[in-house]
Design a protein around this ligand. Structure first.
Ligand code: FAD
Length: 278
């Protein structure tokens, strides 16, 4: 950060928001991306680690996690293990390595739509909501789909909290394909559904890395109302491959990614069948 002049440590959300009105200013949370980012133009950093956003609270069937809570804190909390039958903790376990998980924050993982980020697909399949504090102190609560598909977080706004429904009894799965445990993801996906009388009631499928993180509504519609024991897995997998407009990059071809997508989705559906048959 060649042009960095000031590093601020506000002690409240209001103070942080007022500092963010200065030109060429950016929030720093865990700092894991900012430190490696190529853009060096930032003059001022506003460190939000001391503004009271490090918490995990359960209220009835909802868990509220403050945005500066680290991935390690999420992993170590008994409360978060309940969310989506452990899907949030599984995704957190697969983020980078221990030293990085000690600094990476929930808010930092979702604020800028990094293609390799593990948590966006989890928020999407859990119907999580994101609370954003704007200038003037007004709060806006938006859905994960809005955050990842249509609304950017401006540099003068702060994500303060993520609200997770616990989704007791739901079938939830998360998969990240990478060459090693600390490698960036090649494909990330998550699947959740409510099950009633052996039937898929409310399917949510989200894919990222091979596309921008989003839900695949076409396949959700196809699965909705299907009886799991008679579900044609090949048909479901081929619907997903058709619905996702995969992009290639230097790491792997479109064909390889399409194959991976099919393998991971089939694995999830087989586990769903197994769970229902037990
Ligand atoms: C080697 C390496 C491997 C990694 N591997 C993975 C991986 O496998 N999976 C994975 O998911 N992630 C991985 N990451 C982490 C990921 O790439 C980002 O670095 C991380 O999510 C950023 O979180 P942070 O808290 O460090 O944010 P920072 O680096 O502090 O900030 C990132 C951006 O988000 C903004 N921001 C942060 N918090 C907020 C907030 N509350 N409100 C508004 N804006 C905010 C900042 O202004 C900045 O623009 C890896 C990182 C590294 C360095």
């Amino acid at each position: 950060m060649k042009h960095l002049k000031n590093y601020y440590y506000p002690s409240s959300i209001e103070e942080a928001l007022s500092l963010l009105t200065k030109e060429s200013t950016e929030i720093i949370a865990g700092g894991s991306h900012l430190i490696t980012a190529k853009s060096q133009s930032t003059n001022n950093l506003v460190d939000i680690s001391r503004i009271g956003l490090n918490y995990i609270k359960k209220e009835d069937e909802i868990v509220r996690i403050g945005s500066t809570t680290t991935i390690t804190d999420i992993l170590e909390s008994p409360i978060t293990k309940e969310i989506g039958n452990g899907i949030l903790t599984k995704a957190c376990q697969l983020i980078a390595d221990t030293p990085l998980r000690n600094v990476i924050t929930l808010g930092g993982n979702i604020a800028r739509r990094y293609p390799w980020a593990g948590l966006p697909v989890v928020l999407l399949v859990l119907d999580a909501e994101i609370v954003i504090k704007e200038q003037g102190g007004k709060s806006q609560t938006i859905t994960a789909s809005q955050l990842f598909e249509s609304r950017k977080v401006r540099k003068d706004e702060i994500i303060t909290e993520v609200i997770f429904p616990v989704k007791h009894g739901w079938f939830c799965r998360y998969e990240k394909f990478a060459l090693t445990t600390v490698d960036y993801s090649w494909l990330t996906m998550a699947f959740s559904t409510k099950i009633e009388d052996g039937m898929i009631i409310d399917p949510h499928i989200a894919v990222s890395r091979i596309i921008k993180a989003k839900r695949i509504e076409e396949v959700e519609k196809f699965l909705k109302g299907k009886t799991i024991s008679t579900l044609d897995l090949d048909e479901a997998v081929s619907k997903l491959k058709q619905a996702v407009n995969i992009i290639s990059d230097y790491r792997s071809s479109k064909e390889y990614r399409e194959h991976l997508l099919g393998v991971l989705f089939e694995r999830m559906l087989k586990e769903l069948k197994k769970e229902v048959e037990q």
